[in-house]
Design a protein around this ligand. Structure first.
Ligand SMILES: Nc1nc2c(c(=O)[nH]1)N[C@@H](CN(C=O)c1ccc(C(=O)N[C@@H](CCC(=O)O)C(=O)O)cc1)CN2
Length: 289
């Protein structure tokens, strides 16, 4: 698409995701031939409609690939100790290779305690502090799904990272911090911006690659991006019943070079990389047929 002198490339997350799932299907079939069925267990607490929808999508995607998938739906008032007991049970279940607790959790449950209860060998979200630490020092680990998906999108669209200025908007443990580390590992010069950052626009305008993960609908406007920049929109906000990213797509589309749409950009990659991590975990199982 040629717009305002810049050839706009829309990064298609569904297509990249489908290609990765085809490769995963081969790995899953090979594991099954050895008698190992990759198994994912997802725990959801309460009835947040968006969380329920993501959990359904995870379950459906795993089953479509012939994996074992189970969903534990717990009442919103479940006690923290009941949740921890369930995780303990799943940690000891040999048919389960990946455990994920859907976030956010209700306020009465300590998220940190819950994440730390998950066995580091089954922590397919990669949120356990030990796995997060391994990522920090560059050791093999489960890479958190959304940042891992962003890296796959960048690679599959041949976007050069080496030596480039990357600006990450947001410093969450789920996206902002891990994507910064992953891009640093690829020799980018990374700046992390957040709610207290001063002169934000001046910083974002320098970015060759801008990752928006702040959870504010349509926050990034044309005057915040450099001409020809790659913009990765991680936002999934609901505005008047419709999905909106953190980037105002209509406003920036004549300025940027590559952009991920919402929906259909980063979102679909999150579930694919979860399956990737579950298969990776199953591949570590000794024995089989
Ligand atoms: N334990 C975790 N909790 C949460 C994570 C996570 O990685 N681990 N991430 C998000 C939610 N999430 C997965 O859990 C997720 C978000 C979005 C999508 C997705 O496919 N989005 C689609 C649009 C879907 C829609 O219509 O709502 C898209 O962008 O195209 C998948 C998974 C928070 N919690």
């Amino acid at each position: 698409m040629k717009l305002g002198g810049v050839n706009l490339q829309i990064i298609n997350g569904r297509e990249v995701s489908n290609n990765i799932r085809e490769d995963l299907q081969i790995k899953i079939n090979e594991l099954k031939e050895k008698g190992i069925v990759p198994g994912l267990s997802v725990i959801i607490v309460g009835e947040n409609p968006a969380s329920q929808s993501y959990v359904r999508s995870k379950d459906k995607a795993c089953k479509k690939l012939g994996m074992k998938s189970e969903v534990h739906s717990l009442d919103k008032d479940v006690s923290e100790s009941e949740l921890l007991d369930l995780i303990e049970k799943l940690n000891n279940d040999d048919t389960i290779h990946g455990i994920l607790v859907q976030l956010p959790l209700p306020a009465h449950i300590d998220e940190k305690k819950v994440i730390e209860k998950i066995s580091i060998e089954k922590d397919v979200d990669g949120f356990h502090p030990i796995n997060a630490g391994k990522l920090l020092v560059g050791e093999d680990t489960f890479i958190p799904c959304t940042p891992h998906g962003i890296i796959k999108l960048i690679e599959s669209n041949d976007i050069d990272v080496e030596g480039k200025r990357v600006v990450v908007l947001g410093r969450s443990n789920i996206v902002g911090k891990p994507i910064s580390l992953l891009l640093l590992q690829k020799n980018a010069t990374v700046t992390i911006c957040h709610s207290r950052t001063k002169n934000l626009k001046e910083i974002t305008k320098e970015a060759d690659i801008l990752v928006a993960a702040i959870g504010k609908a349509n926050f990034v406007k044309r005057d915040m991006v450099k001409k020809g920049a790659t913009v990765i929109d991680v936002g999934i906000n609901r505005v008047d019943g419709k999905l909106a990213g953190d980037v105002d797509f209509e406003d920036v589309k004549e300025t940027v070079g590559h952009i991920t749409p919402v929906p259909g950009g980063v979102g679909p990659m999150t579930i694919t990389m979860l399956i990737y991590n579950t298969v990776k975990s199953a591949m570590k199982v000794k024995g089989g047929k």
